[in-house]
Design a protein around this ligand. Structure first.
Ligand SMILES: [Zn+2]
Length: 511
């Protein structure tokens, strides 16, 4: 799984643009509102043409970047890049340079997306999707209004231009993956794997939109109304209730929803009986980690060679290993990889990820309270900056430390660092000589192997690193608790003041 920063940025930007257009105007109001002198009153056809143009630009850019990288590695014959004329190695691995160009392309694509949906008022046009399908000939006006206001469909259509651009950018990447790994990857299975890896974080967003739709279709009103009604009954703590609902949803999403969605999206199946399964079962038993099941992750043809552990809550905890990985690794190496994944669970890394999520949500709330920008787009940019800095820099440090501890935990459980080191080296070689390629969340394989071989043989050094991680986790959990309590305290104070103000005004108007 990956964190699609560009998609998150597009989502934040979309929400800012929707806010700019008066998010809650509904289906019948939009045309009457004039927003900005810079915009034209464009037709839906013109907007679609602009989106098409946006897609072509994004595809051409990624095509050019992929061709450049393919040339540097001479279509996979020199995966680490052709040496310069004097024989000195390259300063940067071609894949690292490729990632930089891709990141620049993604940032530009988000800006272009914002420009297109704002200039052509896309979020206002998507209210008319039932008319696009000609449903006005078969449905009543009331029914049209009802389905036209579906937030789930609107969410799909509003984000659609960016999601489409993302998918187009994956096409050239497939040729690169084929050249680097020397394996043929069918186009459809490549696209479906990329989509599953990228769009999973959207599951929670779609779940919220679905919930809003269900509430409004069943006549319960929307979620905000529901919270308000509820808060009136208990005396007005609307902000605190909303905040508690958000924290509750985040915990539910991380502990239950995500593992559930992952298993279904990747159609995970039980591992076939045999030597490998009994070896893995024995490693799980030895580790003492409670795991619900160990499953095969994803189809064989997709080229996915990875393993992961899901679920901070033991009854919903699964270890996944892809058939693409078990095919290339020896049984001993597979055991070591599973021991690494179990290390994440055993040393509380999954709970730490949940704390990262909660602290980020609390920081966003605090930011919302003290936001000095009034314009929705400027506010969106500040949120994006917070997420980028927090996840890429801060969370990156935490993740890399967790990977290091899980590597050492594997050496501890297996009794030797060698099987994991050899698995990592094999993966680096088969993925196109990526041994020295830096990864912001996993570090480079070269560095991981060096640490593993240096510390993995010495139980005292491993124990010292566990102690260091315990201190770091404790510090981080305290930070999260402070952030959560601070934001909760502020909203309780806000709600109490609101209640007091209501009571005071009641005293004046009363008899
Ligand atoms: Zn790991």
């Amino acid at each position: 799984m990956r964190i699609p920063f560009d998609l998150i940025a597009a989502l934040i930007a979309l929400q800012a643009v929707q806010e700019l257009f008066g998010n809650m105007l509904g289906r019948n109001a939009p045309d009457t509102v004039v927003y900005s002198a810079g915009q034209v009153d464009s037709s839906t056809g013109e907007a679609c043409l602009a989106i098409l143009g946006f897609w072509i630009i994004v595809w051409l850019y990624h095509e050019a970047v992929a061709r450049r990288t393919l040339w540097q590695v001479r279509w996979g014959r020199f995966p680490e890049g052709v040496k310069s004329a004097d024989g000195s190695p390259r300063k940067r691995h071609p894949l690292e340079t490729h990632d930089l160009y891709e990141a620049a392309g993604q940032a530009s694509a988000v800006l272009l997306y914002v420009l297109v949906i704002w200039y052509f008022r896309w979020p206002l046009k998507t209210y008319s999707w039932p008319e696009w399908l000609g449903l006005q000939h078969v449905l009543s006006e009331k029914a049209l209004d009802r389905i036209g206001s579906s937030t789930l469909v609107k969410a799909f259509l509003d984000l659609g231009p960016y999601a489409g651009a993302m998918m187009l950018s994956w096409l050239p990447k497939r040729r690169m993956a084929q050249a680097m790994t020397g394996r043929r990857i069918p186009r459809l299975s490549w696209l479906s794997l990329e989509a599953r890896l990228t769009f999973i974080p959207l599951a929670a967003w779609f779940a919220i939109n679905l919930l809003v739709d269900l509430l409004s279709f069943t006549g319960a009103g929307d979620a905000a109304d529901l919270l308000n009604d509820l808060s009136k009954e208990v005396g007005g703590p609307s902000e605190t209730l909303a905040l508690l609902a958000m924290f509750g949803f985040l915990v539910f999403a991380a502990a239950v929803l995500m593992p559930w969605v992952m298993l279904r999206i990747f159609r995970c199946r039980p591992l076939p009986d045999g030597d490998l399964k009994s070896r893995i079962d024995a490693v799980v038993k030895r580790s003492g980690v409670k795991v619900r099941r160990i499953l095969a992750w994803g189809p064989k043809g997709s080229g996915l060679a990875n393993a992961c552990v899901l679920g901070p809550w033991a009854p919903m905890r699964y270890v996944l290993i892809s058939p693409g990985l078990t095919d290339i690794l020896s049984p001993e190496e597979c055991e070591a990889v599973i021991a690494h994944e179990l290390g994440h669970a055993r040393h509380g890394h999954l709970a730490l990820l949940l704390a990262v999520l909660l602290s980020l949500a609390s920081l966003s709330e605090l930011l919302a309270r003290f936001m000095f920008f009034k314009h929705p787009l400027a506010q969106g940019a500040v949120y994006m900056l917070l997420i980028l800095v927090y996840l890429r820099i801060f969370f990156g440090i935490v993740m890399r430390a967790c990977e290091r501890e899980a590597d050492l935990a594997s050496a501890e459980l297996i009794g030797s660092p060698l099987p994991l080191a050899s698995a990592l080296e094999k993966l680096a070689r088969l993925s196109g000589g990526i041994r020295d390629v830096y990864s912001w969340h996993h570090d480079s394989i070269a560095k991981r192997v060096a640490v593993l071989m240096q510390d993995g043989l010495d139980p005292e050094r491993i124990a010292r690193y566990h102690r260091h991680m315990r201190r770091m986790s404790l510090g981080f959990l305290c930070f999260t608790a402070v952030a959560v309590f601070l934001v909760l305290g502020l909203s309780i104070a806000h709600d109490l003041l609101a209640v007091a103000a209501t009571a005071a005004s009641g005293a004046f108007v009363g008899p």
